[in-house]
Design a protein around this ligand. Structure first.
Ligand SMILES: C[S@@+](CC[C@H](N)C(=O)[O-])C[C@H]1O[C@@H](n2cnc3c(N)ncnc32)[C@H](O)[C@@H]1O
Length: 216
């Protein structure tokens, strides 16, 4: 993966146009948005790893966030879910991303555009306290560990043991969140929900499914 930001002026013009369209609820192509967000030589990375805009729109409809909502995107990549989600709702968004190269792209967007309710953290989701969030989004963040053809790059250590550790950590963190916390998964997260979580809505979209869970 190249983390260099290519063609910045053109790229930002494209991105500005897409942001305006999303604000006005007009159709934006993922390919257009993704290239201006993440100008990589390999567009397949974006199409596989960043939430499609229709998925984000549907996520917001399912979560129904308001001003008091604090949404965590676990493994935020270059920030697409948080950025687009904040254009479509009044919630506060936090994205936590392990890869510094992707985190830097998301921070670059915040430095060039106004997204007052969005912040990004460059840490392992293991080291974050999840208790301040009342909505959590997981787009199958650890899959690279068990499927080598799905990797963004080779810059991390991968493996089934780490997959087991990460998915077990998510389950453990979900045991600690407060009652009423909503968790939305896209393609699941690979682990089990604690017994006090109930799946209250599911929606098939694209090649995947959005599942909305709520803590009793
Ligand atoms: C499938 S992508 C989803 C990106 C973003 N959530 C979206 O929907 O557009 C999963 C992301 O999780 C990140 N990730 C994987 N393990 C992580 C961890 N332990 N802590 C934080 N981020 C992680 C990866 O680097 C990748 O950017």
């Amino acid at each position: 993966m190249t983390s260099s930001i290519k063609n910045s002026p053109e790229r930002f013009k494209f991105l500005e146009r897409s942001i305006e369209k999303i604000r006005k609820h007009r159709k934006v192509l993922d390919s257009e948005f993704d290239y201006s967000l993440f100008p990589n030589d390999n567009p397949i990375i974006s199409s596989k790893h960043w939430s499609p805009i229709p998925v984000i729109q549907k996520s917001i409809q399912m979560l129904k966030p308001d001003e008091s909502s604090t949404i965590l995107d676990v493994g935020s990549g270059c920030g697409k879910f948080c950025l687009v989600g904040s254009l479509l709702s009044p919630a506060k968004f936090t994205g936590v991303e392990l890869r510094e190269s992707l985190y830097r792209i998301s921070i670059d967007i915040l430095e060039n555009f106004s997204f007052p309710r969005v912040r990004f953290l460059n840490i392992n989701m293991i080291d974050l306290d999840w208790s301040e969030f009342n909505m959590i989004y997981l787009f199958n963040p650890f899959y690279e560990n068990i499927y080598e053809f799905f990797r963004i790059d080779e810059n991390l250590d991968f493996g089934p043991n780490q997959y087991a550790k990460y998915t077990a950590t998510v389950s453990a963190k979900l045991r600690l969140v407060t009652s009423g916390t909503k968790v939305l998964t896209y393609h699941g997260f690979g682990g089990d929900f604690p017994n006090d979580f109930y799946c209250i809505d599911s929606f098939k979209i694209g090649k995947g499914e959005l599942d909305l869970w709520i803590k009793e």
